[in-house]
Design a binder for this molecule. Structure first.
Ligand code: KG4
Ligand code: ZN
Length: 363
C-alpha cells in the first residue's frame, strides 16, 4: 500500500482547522492538527452566526494551514493530496475551505479530494484505533445525532437518528434556561454531579416506538415547565433546584441514548460482524454518565466500545485528512468542479432527516 501524506482542511461549522496526516502501510499518523475555535465570536448571540463564522474562516484558514504545515515540519511539496470538507454544514464556511483548497491544488498540482464531514467523524476510529469494517458508529454532538453502520470508506447505512434537536443542542439550551454559560454540556454535567436525578421526571421521547430514531426537543420544554413551576412557587431557583434539574435532564438524555444504542447494536449484530464494535464521536461523547452507560450496553451485548480521544471526537481536520486518504485510495478525487454542499447525507438511500441542528442542517 502506497504511503500517503495529506493536508486536511475543515471549516463547516465554528472550528477553523487544518491537519497533516500520514498513512504508512495503512496505519494513520497525525503529524499536526491545529484547531482554532470561535466560541468568543458567537458568545453574545447564544448560537453560531453563519455570516460571522464564514468571515472568520476566510480570515483564519491560511494561518491555521501554515501553522499545521510548520508543526509537521513539512512544505506543500511533501504532500500527496489536499482533502477538504465539502459539506454538510454552514455553506459560507464550507465555501471558504473549498475555495482555499482549490487555490492550493491549482498552485501545486496536487490532487483535491472533497470529504463529507460526517464521513470524517465516522472513519476516525480507523485512524485512532485501526478499527476494521464493519462497525457501528454513534455520532452525538451539537449538530449531529445518528447511528451508522460503517461498512466501507464510502459505504454507510443509517439505522436512525434524531428527528429534531441534537443532544448537544439540548444540553446547550438547558444551560441557557438555567443561566449557565456556553457550551452548556460540561456545565450541565458539573451541576448534575451534585443533583438528585430522581426529583424531576423528564420524558424519554420515542422510547415507546420501535427503531433507533430519537427526539430531544420535548425535553427542553419539560425542563422549562419545571423551572417556571419552581419560580412561580418559590420566587426563584435554589442552588439545589438547578443541580436536580440538570441531573434529571442528563439522566433522560442518557437513558434514551442507551436504549436506542441497545436497539442499534441488535440490528447491527444481525449483520454478523467478526468483531462487533460500537464507536462514538462528537462532543457529547465526553459526558461521563453517557460514556459509562454506553460502555455498559456494549458489555451486556459483548461488543467492543471504542472512543477516540476527545480532541478527535470533536471537529478537527485530522479526520478530514484521513477520510480524504481513504477516499483517494479508492480512486476518489475531485477537480475544480468540486462544489460545497449544505446538505449531504452519508446514506443516500435513507429517508431524509426531519430536523436540523442549531448549527445548520446537517444530514
Ligand atoms: O462535536 P462538537 O465539539 O461540535 C459539534 O457540535 O459539531 O460538540 C459540541 C457539543 C456542544 O453542544 C456541547 O455542549 C456538547 O457537545 N458537549 C457535552 C459535553 N461536552 C461537550 N454535552 C454533554 N456533556 C459534556 N460533557
Ligand atoms: Zn462535526
Amino acid at each position: 500500500m502506497q504511503d500517503l501524506t495529506f493536508l486536511g482542511i475543515e471549516s463547516s461549522c465554528d472550528d477553523t482547522a487544518a491537519a497533516v496526516v500520514r498513512a504508512e502501510r495503512g496505519a494513520g499518523q497525525i503529524l499536526a492538527s491545529e484547531v482554532e475555535g470561535q466560541v468568543a465570536l458567537h458568545a453574545a448571540y447564544g448560537g453560531v452566526v453563519p455570516e460571522i463564522a464564514a468571515r472568520a474562516h476566510a480570515e483564519k484558514l491560511d494561518h491555521v494551514i501554515e501553522r499545521a504545515l510548520a508543526a509537521a515540519g513539512l512544505g506543500l511539496d511533501a504532500l500527496d493530496g489536499i482533502a477538504v470538507t465539502a459539506g454538510p454544514g454552514l455553506i459560507g464556511g464550507v465555501l471558504s475551505g473549498v475555495m482555499l483548497a482549490k487555490g492550493l491544488a491549482a498552485a501545486t498540482g496536487l490532487p483535491l479530494v472533497g470529504v463529507n464531514h460526517l464521513a470524517g467523524h465516522a472513519l476516525t476510529p480507523r485512524l485512532t484505533d485501526g478499527l476494521a469494517f464493519p462497525y457501528l458508529m454513534l455520532l452525538v454532538s451539537g449538530g449531529h445525532c445518528q447511528f451508522l453502520v460503517v461498512k466501507g470508506a464510502a459505504e454507510f447505512h443509517r439505522l436512525g437518528g434524531t428527528i429534531d434537536d441534537a443532544p448537544g443542542e439540548a444540553f446547550d439550551k438547558t444551560a441557557r434556561l438555567l443561566g449557565l454559560g456556553q457550551p452548556g454540556g460540561p456545565l450541565v454535567e458539573a451541576e448534575a454531579i451534585r443533583g438528585d436525578p430522581a426529583r424531576f421526571h423528564f420524558p424519554r421521547p420515542l422510547l415507546d416506538r420501535p427503531g433507533c430514531d430519537m427526539s430531544f426537543s420535548g425535553l427542553k420544554t419539560a425542563l422549562l415547565r419545571a423551572r417556571d413551576g419552581l419560580i412561580a412557587a418559590q420566587g426563584g431557583l435554589h442552588v439545589q433546584d438547578r443541580a436536580d434539574l440538570c441531573a434529571g435532564f442528563q439522566l433522560a438524555v442518557t437513558e434514551v441514548l442507551a436504549e436506542k444504542t441497545r436497539r442499534a447494536l441488535q440490528q447491527y449484530r444481525a449483520l454478523n460482524p467478526a468483531v462487533p464494535a460500537l464507536a462514538v464521536a462528537g462532543g457529547v461523547a465526553a459526558n461521563r454518565l453517557i460514556r459509562e452507560r454506553l460502555q455498559a450496553v456494549c458489555a451486556e451485548t459483548g461488543a467492543t466500545f471504542v472512543a477516540p480521544p476527545l480532541r478527535l471526537c470533536t471537529d478537527n481536520a485530522a479526520m478530514i485528512a484521513w477520510a480524504g486518504i481513504e477516499r483517494f485510495r479508492q480512486g476518489g478525487s475531485d477537480g475544480m468542479g468540486l462544489s460545497a454542499r449544505p446538505r449531504w447525507p452519508l446514506d443516500q438511500a435513507a429517508p431524509a432527516m426531519l430536523g436540523s441542528g442549531r448549527k445548520g442542517a446537517k444530514a
